[in-house]
Ligand binder design. Sequence first.
Ligand code: SF4
Length: 748
Amino acid sequence: IISRHNYSPAILILDGFYEVTPSEELILKSLIEHTETTLILMTYDDNFTSITNSFDDFIKNNFSIETGSVDPETALPLPLSEKRLSYVSYPGIDEEVEGIARHIKNLFISGRCRSLDKIIVAFPKLHVYHDIVQRVFKRYGIPCTFSISKPLGKTEPYLALTAILESITDDYPRLPFSRFLTSPHFKKMPALFREWIPQISLYSGIIKGKNSWLGLSKTLSDVKSPALRDILPEVEKEFKWIFKKLKPLESLKDRGTFKQTSEALHKLLSELDFSDAEDIDIGEQAADILKELSLIDNLILADTGNKGGLREFIDSLRYILNASEKEAEGEGVQVSGFFELRGAEPEYLYLGGLKDGDLPSMPEIDLLLPDNVKTKLGLVNMKRYLHLQQFIFQWLIDSSKNLHLSYPAMEADRLFLPSPFLPWKAETTEKTPGILCREEELLSHPEIPLSSHIKEIGIKSRLIKKQFGENSKIRVTDIDSYRTCHRKFFIEKILKLEPSETKEYEIEAMLLGTIIHEIMEELMAKSRSYRDFDEMKADAEKLLAKLLAEKPLENYWKNFIRDSFLSILPEIYELESELRAEGYSFMKAEVLVEGEVIKNIKLKGKIDRVDIKIQNSSRTSRDKIKSSENNEVEIIDYKTGAAQLSRTEIVNKGASLQLFLYAALMKSLGFKVNRAGIYSVKDTKITWVPGKKDSLTMDDYIETCLKYLEKTVSDLRKGDFTALPLNEQTCRNCHERAYCPYIQAPSN
Ligand code: SF4
């Protein structure tokens, strides 16, 4: 090209060359031959001759040259010794980037540098700093461009585009499908989705499945937010609309050719108006990519009949998107990696992340060519790689006019040392004056620690009279709940506040508990009439089928519950036989009880199960609770988890009062409660209090619990909602932790 165009400049200046490749040598040779005078600038440093020699030899061997040297005294910028090189140590990466941003902003505001494009910020490990720089520079309003361009496949619009295909292939999984529905790059997508899908995603617990998305009203029938409940029919309508649009692509899921899929996707993108505010050509670009993809069919041998469907299409699309790059265009400060600065002579250079291990960094382990083989072949071996980094570092230091070196001293609990390239004992601290962004302005006001806002809850006692006053019936379960932690009780039971959490794919403990209760209730009601286990099993199967059919559960869970329950049925039968052998017989389940166990304290509750003691084989009415001659009973509470009933905890701490308060209520109705037990369905085991060798009687337990009850209700009525857990473990999983004075401001 050079000879064809007769390119012959009068003067050619070559600067910054070293280790040129053979093809570069050819170009340089041709250029120099066509030039009248060529000025070549080269680094002469005895320490780096192994790097600069090859270029030196190339020049000397090919041209007649006149050498001269520049006196280091007159060289600009100043040599290293006069620069009094120093570096800043920051406490961590965030602080380091913040320090650099503040320095740059200060430089700009003070007027010392008004052209941000003269500034380069570089890090040996740019990927570690990339996102932090983006975030912090944005905060300080500093425009910046990253030298490394992003593959198209990693840009937001194309991530949303691939999410469509992934959703269809994998039967609409929650995350990719939500990404597609809420993406701002589909302008014709119903706005309702962008507003509500995040909440629906959180609460629905949908893992995937078109039917799950279409049956949201059923899945979210018990959702607390009325606004969400009201909007569901409309959301469902829009889901029908979008699934109709996706139908053509869906039909190609398993057997579509590249051409068919490209066309269907192209049509969908136009219908949804695929666009990007920052790139007006994105529609055309996507169309071109799809056109290219449709050509792949021609490469597939016709007789193989390969119709890979969507999965293969996604792989090819991803391949193309990751191979095409979005050019990093922009203005402002340039942010780059260390190796990209080879030969650069920036006016302002901020070289950060200079910690031991990152500069110099070790080359990646090459499993094909070990280091000794590379040495023999004259390739870049480890020694040369380290040396090259030192050369680039030296070059940058010598050639940049204004230099700012730094490293982070720590990350989490790991301490770092500065890079060995940095001069010994040259660490300085930095103080950039001024308030340089909005956040700093906000923080500059007298600092009030968060903990000082955290207070105990103060409630006027009259406000809770209605719910817990002398004329109201307090739920027995509320007593235990209040005792667990007064503050937690106020937040969860009085204010009814719930943290928003992503619903897991599991059955809610409440629903599972209800199902087990119902099964046990019906099964036990008939337990006396079963002649053997087989009869009980046959009845259990019928019952399960009837009960589960009415529940809003997926078939997977219904089968899971049925199988699990039937697998423990033999143990349940054993347990029931034991109870019968001890002389007890099922009397009633879900027994509503209420009464005034202490003057001015009325309680109400529902006992899971009451068994009556049979004396002399006498039969008792199972359907009525009333005092009779035969009034000895046992009460049982079902738990789906493990049974937790510790006698010492009850007596010493007043934990788990529930069963004894039920016993007190039964007593007030004229029954004699012999024992109370927790029936763990998980372990198929009943824990009784009083136990067989217990020194305390049921009346002793009732008496102790009533004392706790009196104090508890008195505190509750006074409006005492102090943060104080009955057991420390409660705090571990408490959502209030972050705002709780017991945890955050214990000194208060
Ligand atoms: S963190 Fe502990 S003390 Fe605080 S509200 Fe929760 S359970 Fe109570």
